[in-house]
Ligand binder design. Sequence first.
Ligand code: TNX
Length: 519
Amino acid sequence: MFSIISMLLLSACNTKEPIPMDLNEKHLIPKPSKVEATGSSFEITAATTIFYEEGKDDVKGMAQFLADFLQPATGMALAVEATATKPDNGIYLHFSALEGTNETYTLELNENLIDITASGEAGLFYAIQTLRQLLPASIEATSKQDTMWLLPSGKIEDSPNYTYRGAMLDVSRHFFQVQDVKKFIDYISMYKMNKLHLHLSDDQGWRIEIKSWPKLTAIGGSTEVGGGEGGFYTQEEYKDIVAYAKKRQITIIPEIDMPGHTNAALAAYPELNCDNKARELYTGTKVGFSTFCTDKEVVYEFIDDVIRELAAMTTGEYIHIGGDESHVTPLEDYIPFINRVQKIVEKYGKKVIGWDEIAHAELLPNTLVQWWAKADNAKKGIAQGAKVLVSPATKVYLDMQYDSTTHLGLHWAAYIEVDSAYIWNPATMVDGIKRDDIIGIESPLWSETITNLDEIEYMMFPRIIGHAEIGWTEATQQNWEDYRLRLAHQKERMETLGIDFYKSPLVDWDQETTANENY
Ligand code: TNX
């Protein structure tokens, strides 16, 4: 009896009758622009080949990236092959001139073929991230899983709303090792974010090797909040982070915060202080007490060296100069300082980003104002022709506690529950800052209270997923009730990835999975 059933099953497998599935039941985040379900499915098997457009190295790289991603959980090393024409079977990655940007992609699946196309490498990468969410959550496992690797058929056309979709990690208050930064990059790239801003210097620590000023790291990098041993990235390590991020379509934006938030540098080099006296290293969490001596020439020579070395190892177009909370720098000193530092950044071929206070200065064309606290500052920037990077502390600060019971984080700006982090629109938040003024959004994770990767994960997940959707998906397509259901379906994926996330009571994490998702 048993053998008859298994023979029947075997023959059913052999005829490859496709299993019906509904693409609309896949709870994708960020929600794509357009999804059309066709009710069937594609199965990835050991015989599936990943084809790439012949002669295109970028496409080949993405095909290999997909093969590498699929390997651990499926246990299959899929063949990656060049092709000059569209294949009948398998997975096919190629370029085509799509309307939109290089981030636009289409993903078309039928029973025999997954056709992935984009006009640039970024679009192919985002298509792969979508494909990832079309597979069972167990695809995220690091060892071979016993399941069928089925994807529902249909067509997805997708393109981002904002071009800048980022997160920030403060590696100064507490230092995080290269491997943790890479994990952070993995996490944000999964949800199609494309910028990682690294807050590399602050009162408590200088975290990037500058060869012409070695005491910055030798002294300035030697501790952190709470008195731990701190640390820093060598230039080789930083370049490795930049390259790792680039492969995942993420641009690193390095920040050297100044003229305030500079105690670590002021402790390393006495000449940066007006009184020529080195400051004590600082391991507390106060802000706004330090400043470079803005009318000393040596300060600008120092900044020139730092920006030169930083620009040389940064492939992205921006360098962030901080500029926030310079409470002990008089405004009449602050303004010429920011004016001059912008020119140094420009001299090394980069564009400037600064926290919203920099709008008091005369902004160079292309300088971005990062609105974190005062909308009026952002509007001052807009009046000067600047675009705004939207990071209101009350909505996107990942160090803000979820509620009064959260054991990590701060709450000076707000408690930010998962609904509050999601239900807002950058383009309508305040009068006078409109869609066209905005380049995108960024979620900063300040680390005064955050000491390790588990804590990073707990504060970022799941709020960052909502921020990713706000950055990617048209505002008219965002809806909390619908989102909260899709978010619940990320649970298994986060768990498989070992992400320690906050189980908000506002989300029904244990809802039944549909028949589809059991595959
Ligand atoms: C404000 S946001 C700061 C940071 C702190 C953060 C803590 C900004 C530009 N400055 O120095 O780490 O609050 O939430």
